[in-house]
Design a binder for this molecule. Structure first.
Ligand code: 5GP
Length: 209
């Protein structure tokens, strides 16, 4: 593990990782999470059905649409969005609990969600993962062999829209070579953890960093 003590000393924060479908977000997020010992993934709620191999409470909390709506009305989500016909939302309690325990939280959410979150928590860090080119993204989507032609076209169309929203993100990383991209995201997290405004320096304490 990449022990980064400074990320223990500062105020914990939220890191949002977004990017078009097929760009490799989940693989990247997994590698980044394994690189720090003080970083946790937020598990979202969704109305979509589990894919094979997905585990309740690990990948998502899978719930019915009515349940989601009820939770929405009760204000349980810090952000939510409809993506390809399914609802996805981040639980305020889930995130706040971890932050209050001193852990930093990674949210792997779509662009709409990222922008809502930034409005509510301006100290959140928004990272957009882009493919080296749209052509490469198309090749990756076709290579996965999980989607039919119509879905691929829809995902590519959506990708273009998401890429346009990168303007409102704090950082852009390109996932050309995976190791390099993981390192880039880790560098962003380390640097953000060292921001002065996250570190509560008390004048009466003799700090030995
Ligand atoms: P998938 O169904 O492939 O797991 O996710 C579809 C999209 O929904 C991805 O772009 C993923 O990042 C996004 N997503 C997952 N959880 C959330 C969430 O809680 N909120 C928002 N806004 N998007 C989410």
């Amino acid at each position: 593990l990449w022990r980064c003590d400074i990320i223990r000393s500062g105020k914990p924060f939220v890191i949002v990782v977004s990017g078009p479908s097929g760009v490799g977000k989940s693989t990247l997020a997994g590698r980044v999470l394994a690189s720090f010992d003080n970083l946790e993934k937020s598990v979202s709620f969704t109305t979509r059905s589990p894919r094979s191999g997905e585990v309740e409470g690990e990948n998502y909390f899978f719930i019915k649409r009515e349940d989601f709506k009820k939770r929405m009305e009760k204000g349980e989500f810090i952000e939510y969005a409809e993506v390809y016909g399914n609802l996805y939302g981040t639980s305020i309690n889930y995130v706040e609990k971890r932050l209050s325990e001193g852990r930093n939280v990674v949210l792997e959410i779509d662009v709409q969600g990222g922008l809502t979150l930034k409005e509510k928590r301006p100290d959140a860090v928004l990272i957009m993962v882009l493919p080296p080119s749209l052509e490469q993204l198309e090749n990756r989507l076709r290579g996965r062999k999980t989607d039919d032609e119509g879905t691929i076209v829809k995902r590519l169309d959506n990708a273009k829209r998401e890429i346009e929203c990168s303007d409102s993100y704090d950082y852009i990383v390109v996932n050309g070579e995976i190791d390099r991209c993981v390192e880039d995201i880790c560098t962003i997290i380390k640097s953000e953890a060292m921001r002065r405004e996250r570190i509560n320096l008390r004048k009466d304490v003799d700090y030995k960093w």
